[in-house]
Design a protein around this ligand. Structure first.
Ligand SMILES: *[C@@H]1O[C@H](CO)[C@@H](O)[C@H](O)[C@H]1NC(C)=O
Ligand SMILES: *[C@@H]1O[C@H](CO)[C@@H](O)[C@H](O)[C@H]1NC(C)=O
Ligand SMILES: *[C@@H]1O[C@H](CO)[C@@H](O)[C@H](O)[C@H]1NC(C)=O
Ligand SMILES: *[C@@H]1O[C@H](CO)[C@@H](O)[C@H](O)[C@H]1NC(C)=O
Ligand SMILES: *[C@@H]1O[C@H](CO)[C@@H](O)[C@H](O)[C@H]1NC(C)=O
Ligand SMILES: *[C@@H]1O[C@H](CO)[C@@H](O)[C@H](O)[C@H]1NC(C)=O
Length: 465
């Protein structure tokens, strides 16, 4: 009580609120490394007006043997960052200086092409970052022919450097990368808590931030594709049609007013206007509440946990306090009688999101549903959803791509390579020594130069390996 009547305190609160508001209204990341790999051009500007720097001769790259490669026949419609790549024939790393510890977005782009020197369609490699395996036996193959593949990770960094390592594997022993983005995320992007939901429980879990995440789906429900140009964290959101399983009575709604971002709710970095101003709803048009859900289904990999982030913004109701609905994940009640009016402190068109953690042990499909609850009303909107993000959580081996540890990924292929080379060099040395010894025995000790040079050459070749 005393606190509220203290003017100094009130001023302090207002000031810090104001500061917070101005700080969040224009997000400028402390760390922002945008690299166009294999490019000698100092900068490349892409369609969302961002500048990518070339990596030739930069301090990022910490490897002895890498090759910058130009696509001899680039598609003119594709982004210039896909017209070059850096090729690795040995384990190689990029190291990025980190100014601000915390969550970072790590986005890695791959676009295969064929050139005289290397055929990137033969590539196979692993990608790891700090303690995590991101990609294992990765080929850069796209599900849509010839499209670039963009892998999107969220990683907590508490070191001064973020090191991304590419390790060639398989027969061809080449790896490659087209572009890399390392951007510090706003602090509110991922919370440390979520609701764990399965058929037995719905309980709060902590400690989320010690995991690494890969965003596997990012969906703009009811709306068009959102490109990095329209997203303050340069993300891509896909339309939901492809994932819609049942939606007999659902319809799409669009909103042309202003989305009211507010403190304590989702920020513009959590979800952009373009996501919150479209939705899909179940609505009642007569005296009865429809008995049906809208359901979306996503293919996932068993054996991983997934963080499911659902975005809501009531752009469809005519007034406050009339929209109540249930939210289900994998058919289990995740949020009963969700009342957006109270979650958004009594404002319409104000964004809200909820995070649910699920086990991916449901025969490879993860479902999300929204539907009427027992408080839903006739003649009103009875369920709504604006956006879905599904993030894979690393497994207990700190891997996002199989039961492999970073240790084994960093070790295996180079060992094989070096092993073969060492035994080859040893064999050649042995053979040369033997033949020279034979020669020496035949001709005497005349040719001492050759005799003394050989071990020097041999050891030099050996240490280079
Ligand atoms: C990875 O690739 C190597 C070589 O092609 C193969 O021997 C191995 O079985 C693959 N591992 C997995 C988990 O696919
Ligand atoms: C993207 O932003 C532009 C300019 O602000 C706008 O005209 C366009 O409608 C937006 N696209 C989407 C999908 O929201
Ligand atoms: C309300 O409309 C739905 C379809 O729009 C229909 O299936 C249902 O029978 C109607 N209910 C009543 C009470 O008219
Ligand atoms: C919506 O889906 C949930 C979970 O599958 C189910 O329990 C519920 O009965 C469904 N609601 C309606 C109205 O069909
Ligand atoms: C309404 O739903 C809530 C939560 O889903 C449940 O706890 C409550 O028992 C239900 N009430 C009735 C009357 O079915
Ligand atoms: C993810 O990896 C971290 C180690 O970096 C580990 O502490 C955590 O338990 C892993 N997550 C899961 C779900 O196993």
């Amino acid at each position: 009580m005393e606190i509220h009547t203290n003017p100094a305190f009130f001023l302090y609160v207002s000031l810090s609120l104001l500061l917070h508001l101005t700080a969040t209204s224009s997000f400028s990341p402390a760390d922002s490394h945008l690299v166009n790999c294999g490019s000698a051009e100092p900068t490349t500007v892409v369609s969302d007006n961002r500048r990518f720097t070339g990596d030739s001769g930069t301090h990022f790259l910490t490897a002895a043997k890498t090759v910058p490669l130009q696509d001899p026949n680039p598609t003119s419609s594709s982004s210039p960052i896909y017209h070059s790549a850096r090729v690795f024939t040995r384990p190689s790393s990029y190291a990025f200086g980190i100014r601000e510890k915390g969550i970072h977005l790590v986005r890695i782009h791959f676009k295969r092409f064929n050139s005289e020197r290397f055929n990137l369609f033969d590539a196979q490699f692993h990608v790891s970052v700090d303690g995590y395996v991101l990609l294992y036996n990765f080929t850069g193959e796209s599900t849509q022919k010839d499209n670039p593949v963009i892998k999107d990770f969220v990683i907590w960094v508490d070191t001064e450097k973020l090191v991304i390592t590419f390790t060639p594997s398989g027969k061809s022993r080449i790896g490659f990368v087209s572009a890399i983005e390392v951007i510090s995320a706003p602090k509110d992007l991922i919370a440390d808590v979520a609701q764990f939901v399965n058929s037995e429980k719905n309980e709060r879990v902590d400690g989320l931030l010690k995991n690494a995440f890969e965003t596997v789906y990012r969906i703009n429900v009811g709306g068009p594709k959102v490109t990095p140009f329209n997203d303050s964290l340069w993300r891509t959101w896909l339309p939901d049609e492809e994932f819609l399983k049942s939606s007999d009575n659902s319809r799409r709604v669009f909103f042309s007013g202003r989305i009211r971002y507010q403190l304590g709710g989702a920020s513009r970095e959590v979800g952009p206007d373009s996501v919150y101003n479209s939705a899909r709803v179940v609505a009642s048009s007569n005296d009865s509440v429809p008995r049906e859900n809208i359901t979306w289904a996503f293919t996932v990999t068993d054996g991983y946990r997934y963080l499911v982030r659902l975005h809501f913004c009531d752009i469809a109701s005519v007034s406050l306090g009339i929209l109540y609905f249930n939210v289900y994940v994998n058919g289990n009640l995740a949020y009963g009688n969700l009342d957006l009016s109270s979650e958004t402190y009594g404002r319409l068109a104000s964004p809200f999101y909820a995070d649910f953690l699920v086990d991916g042990d449901t025969s490879g499909v993860l479902t999300v549903s929204v539907g009427p609850s027992n408080r839903s009303m006739p003649h009103e909107v009875d369920a709504l959803l604006n956006g879905i993000e599904i993030m894979k959580v690393n497994n207990s081996m700190a891997s996002l791509d199989g039961d492999v540890s970073v240790k084994s990924v960093l070790r295996s292929p180079s060992r094989g390579n070096v092993g073969v080379l060492v035994s080859l060099v040893a064999a050649v040395c042995l053979f040369l020594t033997a033949s020279i010894f034979m020669q020496w025995r035949r001709t005497g000790v005349k040719d001492s130069v050759a005799w003394s040079r050989l071990p020097v050459d041999g050891s030099a070749a050996y240490s280079k390996v």
